[in-house]
Design a protein around this ligand. Sequence first.
Ligand code: FHN
Length: 682
Amino acid sequence: MKTRIIILFAFFFFIPAVAQDIVKETKEERDKRMEWWRDARFGLFIHWGLYAIPAGEWNGKTNYAEWIRNQAEIPIDEYDKFVGQFNPVKFDADKWVSTAKNAGMKYIVITSKHHDGFCLFDSKFTDYDVMSTPFKRDILKDLSEACRNEGIKLCFYYSIMDWHHPDYLPGRDWENRSSEGADFDGYIQHMKNQLKELVINYGDIGILWFDGEWENTWNEERGIDLYNYVRSLQPDIIVNNRVDPNRGGLEGFAPEGVTMGDFGTPEQQIPSTGLPGIDWESCMTMNDHWGYNKNDKNFKSTKDILQMLADIASKGGNYLLNVGPTSEGIFPAESVEILSEVGSWMKVNGESIYGTSSSLFNSLEWGRCTQKKIGENTRLYLHVFNWSQNGRLVIPGIYSQPLHSYLLSDEKKTHLTVERNEDALIVSIPTKTPDENNSVVVLDVAGKVDVNNPPTFESIEKIFIDSLDVKVKSDRENVEIRYTINGNIPTIESPLANEKVTLTTTTVLTARCFRDGNPVSGSVQKTFTKVEPEHALKINDVIKGIKYRYFEGNWEVLPDFNSLTPVDEGVVSSITLSPKKSSNYFGFEYDGYIRIPGDGIYNFYTASDDGSRLFINYKLIVDNDGLHGIVDKGGVIALKEGYHRIRIDFFESAGGEDLKVYLKGPGMEKQFIPDVLLFHIK
Ligand code: FHN
């Protein structure tokens, strides 16, 4: 134990200033840490707290849930009366955990503390917890024992945003409650104290599932610090990416993927394709609310849920499905019924979900595919949503040699014949569908599965000046890539692409895979355009810094600032939304020159909450307008070395606000626009 303490001390002592690499783990160590989570594929989300008492209803309105205090603008003293009413006498942790386990779920994420600040656990750092209620029992303690008994991973949701704690900032703008003396750094220490309780007092914790990171007091530095802190408490814990202010809103990813935390968190949605090399989890409600709403009967069907589970797994993701328990401590009957039906399917077909990886098929008209390595071979699980009555299941564009096929629901594993028809395999299947929701056909193939995916172009730019090297690649074995530069489909006579193709003029590049003289893929085509870089402006007497004009108003899209009178104006060295006089309903226009260090292709980005636009030489390059959480958008332009006009427009409505402006160019990774590049003239 002594060694462990020394190691922990070392963590604290040598925390690097910025990078998230405190644990400096290798890929192998990370894979080991993520292994149980990747195998699990399916978990239960639980949103439970004081908000279950009003059950979505307030002052005659019935569409609330866990946000009720903020949306119904309930004064804190009024809301805190629920503390004296919270007495879930029917709460039975063993029953909750067995319901999840019987549904085929491998982990449970429960709201230890949601945005309202109420804690479902006995915290030494607040009285705003379950021990102050008539129930007086540590919910999470009961759950940790029940999970341990059933071999289910217990995980905690924890909200960074806190509408109750006096040191949290910003306060609610509708609430007549002073933030005088609030100490946000003190709040961060409070969070760390509670997180230490959560990670140390309840046994092995699988995931710290953060949320509520979108308000303007949260930033990247604090996110990295919180991630490193939790990992230092339990190095093998998994942390989601909602410590990252740039996690990309409900899409759940930054433009570069997962830039902080261990997995992306798309919410109420499923990415359109898999995301190779990126861990992610879709979280979803069963009806339309996270917390309990007694009037919400709009539950998804078991078929919807099972097909979404297969869709998510076929793209390499996890599915976190939510239940909102009642104030008595029981799951709504509809949720119990759905989980039971899902469990019946999982009992028969679970191996087609657990421990599977994404398939290589871009699309299958009848359903989805997950796969597993079986020794040197590959097992395909064909999830058939639309069962064909003609006795044939056609798997298009597969060159692998079939070995064996059977219905996963068939205990005898009766062999199904498999024939080849050109680049398709056809499985003979019974006319009667095995399962109305999702029938799984197993198909074992020799070696790595070989699907007719075309090559990929590695170049991310579609415009270039001078010349452009386009890498053309395929991860398929034993193929050669041939290409054309005139838009025609490549033939065996077309030139070999080898590693890259160098373009010197605007080109329609088309590439295709061949094997033994025959095409074994469709073709991929992209136009790369040669452009003339914009000439620099001839300006003199430049002065460091960029001009700003500050406006106040209530907009849903960017206004024409030229038609408005600014409240303030001046020059700033950086684009940081200051000086401003309000935390809501304001706008900025930044206008000046950027000194471009050399000829080349430049990407500009804005990450903003709410809307923003970026212009170079009066051309709209980034359009990130509208009411939204932090969203990162980019645009590209070719520029010659020298000064170019730059203008950024931004507006904030209410809630979180943020504006970050990035630049990427030749020899420059994506970075905040350096102050040294910003100028104005009198
Ligand atoms: O504001 C929360 C919401 O209440 C709920 O907890 C979801 C679940 O991921 N997360 C936030 C909304 O994105």
